[in-house]
Design a binder for this molecule. Sequence first.
Ligand code: ADP
Length: 168
Amino acid sequence: MILELLKADITELNVDAIVNAANTSLLGGGGVDGAIHRKGGKAILEECVQIRNKQGGCKTGEAVITTAGNLPSKYVIHTVGPVWNGDKEEKSKLLADCYKNSLNLAIQNGIKSIAFPNISTGIYHFPKDKAAEIAVNTIKDFDKSEKIEKVIFVCFDDENYKIYKKLL
Ligand code: ADP
């Protein structure tokens, strides 16, 4: 498994799957979620609504998969990061679950290349350095890593990019 670092807009990447930092409603929101739905078009939201009708949204730490609509990638994996408040240990575990569950779902769908945004570090206020450490360690320790060819960490802001650059 190759690890790559990019400073980019995740909606522009041509990979098998991009990951969305969604919310439990799956109905879209701000930040990267808003950008994905805006550029990907209504096909993504339609599938999210179907999933919501079937299973009632997505719990924090879990992940679901849809088409990528008009985006260059093939799929969007929607995962729900934790909001940084309350039990810090529990929130850290949930953030690691986002990365693990997204990778497991990727493998189930034959995905070989996957791009992650910096989940929970925007509106959900997870400390960026701690979130980056969890992201990198969880991916490096992933037990089925031979099934994925490439993982891209996509940073949107300079602060995250510098933190990841140091870590990687
Ligand atoms: P959360 O609610 O999980 O915090 P946000 O979307 O608010 O989700 O932020 C998560 C991260 O995604 C932030 O670091 C933010 O800078 C980044 N981000 C926002 N827009 C984009 C984009 N188009 N491509 C990649 N990353 C983005």
